[in-house]
Design a protein around this ligand. Structure first.
Ligand code: G
Ligand code: G
Ligand code: MN
Ligand code: NA
Length: 258
């Protein structure tokens, strides 16, 4: 309750900031995408993890104005990297189901693109399965509007939601991110290692059939990297390559040609 009240003023008090984690194309080695991640530094408690404050922001409704701010900042940052360093990549932004279910959401995306001057196809929204299977008619309309604008849609944490697979066929989704837990199982399996291999192989096969890009997230070791390359994933993200970075650090990477 206390944290909830304090989060209300976190944005105004400039306690929120964005960090950026590179996502690499496995064939070219290029930093094709960058994921935007929100951070909250509390004046007394220090860094509070998104796992704690995102649910708080969702239940208070603060996720709506904060999410809009994230979207605008991320688009402006990407536009700046594009303009000053010729970065041709895509910026990805996590979108809460609460934010996405809002009738004004599509307009807010349009506004962020307009304000920043970022081309729509350089913006990718990360949604969870649970966000897209609720109220399918509205969801479908929103996703189709975004698709017409040229914005790309990714399913985050793929394989962990409670959903069928039909939505992958029926909705304009371009990319899936295999949940970190599957990648973790490659190194330290909760069950027999062949289960992790079988699941990832199946996910990649579904993605190939439906012409979706595949990101493997949570890559922490060279062995995991070799494995997901072997499975045919298109992109990889994780501590093995880079942690989420301050904007200035990523700018330096771009300045030195990645
Ligand atoms: O950055 P970290 O790995 O700790 O993020 C933990 C969780 O918080 C992830 O599920 C991530 O998607 C979510 N998250 C991080 N930044 C944002 C954001 O800007 N908006 C929303 N809705 N979720 C975020
Ligand atoms: O749910 P989502 O994919 O948005 O979560 C992103 C979160 O995953 C970020 O908070 C980021 O800090 C975290 N993350 C990114 N790479 C790794 C990794 O290699 N290992 C672990 N454990 N977490 C990671
Ligand atoms: Mn994500
Ligand atoms: Na994820």
């Amino acid at each position: 309750v206390l944290l909830s009240r304090e989060f209300q003023s976190a944005l105004a008090r400039e306690q929120l900031r964005l960090v950026y984690q590179p996502i690499y194309h496995l064939d070219t080695g290029e930093m094709s995408k960058v994921e935007t991640l929100l951070r909250w530094t509390h004046p007394e408690h220090g860094d509070i993890s998104p796992g704690t404050f995102i649910p708080i922001a969702e239940s208070s409704g603060q996720i709506v104005p904060v999410g809009r701010w994230v979207l605008e900042q991320a688009c402006m940052q990407a536009r700046s990297w594009r303009e000053h360093y010729g970065w041709a990549g895509t910026i990805t932004v996590n979108v809460s189901p609460i934010q996405f279910a809002q009738p004004r959401f599509v307009e807010e995306v349009r506004q962020a693109l307009l304000l920043s001057g970022l081309p729509a196809h350089k913006l990718e929204l990360e949604l969870t399965e649970n966000a897209v299977i609720q109220s399918p008619a509205l969801v479908q309309a929103a996703l189709c509007s975004l698709q017409r604008m040229g914005v790309q849609i990714t399913i985050d944490d793929f394989g962990t939601g409670y959903s069928s697979l039909a939505y992958l066929r029926d909705l304009p989704i371009g990319c899936i991110k295999i949940d970190r837990s599957f990648i973790e199982d490659l190194a330290a399996p909760r069950r027999a290692p062949q289960y992790a291999v079988a699941l990832i192989t199946a996910i990649v096969s579904i993605a190939r059939t439906l012409d979706l890009q595949v990101v493997a997230e949570g890559i922490e070791t060279q062995a995991q990297l070799e494995a997901v390359r072997g499975f045919g994933c298109d992109f990889a993200q994780g501590y093995h390559f880079a942690r989420p970075l301050e904007a200035a650090v990523l700018t330096e990477l771009l300045d030195h040609g990645q």
